[in-house]
Design a protein around this ligand. Structure first.
Ligand SMILES: Nc1nc2c(ncn2[C@@H]2O[C@H](COP(=O)(O)OP(=O)(O)OP(=O)(O)O)[C@@H](O)[C@H]2O)c(=O)[nH]1
Ligand SMILES: [Mg+2]
Length: 320
């Protein structure tokens, strides 16, 4: 076995950090190590914490870590920076907020920028989860901000998706529009000390019961997402949230969905790998290809369109 993978299995933090750097830099060396780690995964419980920027996700994670550590569970956190320019400096924010855990060997926090990934944030996050899983982390928490796309992507990478909302920020239609109902396994209404939670709570509950009636849009009809009221800043409501996370874990295990998770993740990984591989291969070939140069020339001279050129290129490529 190669060194880095072996060291990671021995819970060596600097080896894990090194592999994570390879993953971030899309260095080919990461692949050999990830291969070696593959069969050592599937033991962590993965929780996604998502929701509006500033809703208190990092604060919530901070107190969740305390609870898990009291239980002697080891924790990995992947904090994906919010895209919203309004929150500002989230890497710094996450570090400061979670700083008190930085001397605890049982906690590993990794911040990832949202932008600039060739294959998208999902692939990188999936690989980071793999490393933390192989390191033996009992719990892995993934934090993402935003409404819409990032949450939808994250739901395929985690066992339990927690959506963090704050009361008074708008009407329930926004929740439906953002597709939040379909992805949430658990809702949290945070900042209950400051903002009235009742309106949002009753809106959510009626939307959820409407939904399970129609059976159209809710993710799992058998599981009705509970609504947890919290004050992350004051460490209130966290025990109840954790109880609900474990209830969801039980639900996944008793319905067989727990095992499906890792299979689905592997299939998604496989598709990404094939698509990366083919893309790289294709462009490597194309760079020295006369037909490609001619087609590009046609495109530049407005003698063709990108659709036709792409079809022609793929036809040529598949023939080889
Ligand atoms: N009053 C009150 N403030 C809170 C509570 N939880 C978090 N905050 C504050 O809300 C602000 C944002 O909290 P974060 O934990 O950084 O929120 P976030 O969702 O991680 O933010 P981004 O990562 O930037 O999207 C901070 O100033 C927190 O101190 C709470 O329960 N009550
Ligand atoms: Mg945060």
């Amino acid at each position: 076995m190669k060194n880095i993978a072996k060291e990671i299995l021995n819970k060596n933090i600097s080896a894990a950090a090194k592999l994570m750097r390879y993953i971030e830099e899309e260095d080919i060396k990461a692949i050999d190590e990830l291969k070696l780690l593959y069969l050592h995964q599937g033991n962590s419980y993965v929780i996604g914490i998502t929701g509006l920027p500033g809703s208190g996700k990092s604060s919530l994670i901070d107190v969740l870590i305390d609870y898990f550590r009291q239980d002697k569970k080891t924790v990995g956190v992947i904090a994906i920076d919010p895209t919203s320019p309004f929150t500002g400096g989230s890497i710094l924010g996450d570090r400061i907020r979670m700083q008190k855990h930085s001397n605890d060997n049982g906690v590993f926090i990794k911040s990832l920028p949202t932008r600039g990934w060739k294959g998208g944030i999902s692939k990188v996050t999936s690989r980071m989860i793999a490393v933390m899983d192989a390191m033996g982390k009992d719990i892995i928490i993934v934090e993402t901000a935003g409404v819409g796309q990032t949450e939808v992507e994250i739901k395929d990478l985690v066992h339990t998706t927690v959506v963090v909302l704050v009361g008074g920020l708008g009407d329930s239609i926004q929740i439906v529009k953002a597709g939040i109902l379909e992805i949430a396994d658990i809702f949290v209404i945070n900042k209950a000390d400051k903002i009235n939670t009742q309106d949002l709570e009753s809106d959510l509950n009626s939307l959820l019961s409407l939904d399970s009636g129609s059976g159209k849009s809710i993710k799992d009809k058998e599981w009705k997402p509970p609504v947890c009221i919290t004050e992350a800043a004051n460490n209130k409501g966290i025990g109840n949230l954790i109880d609900n996370i474990f209830l969801h874990e039980d639900y996944l295990k008793t319905t067989g969905k727990f095992d499906e998770y890792f299979k689905n993740k592997s299939i998604n990984d496989l598709k990404e790998i094939i698509s990366d591989y083919l893309t790289n291969l294709l462009f490597k070939e194309l760079n020295n290809d006369d037909i490609y140069k001619k087609l590009l020339n046609d495109l530049n001279n407005n003698e063709s369109d990108p659709y036709t050129v792409a079809e022609e290129i793929l036809r040529q490529f598949l023939k080889k």
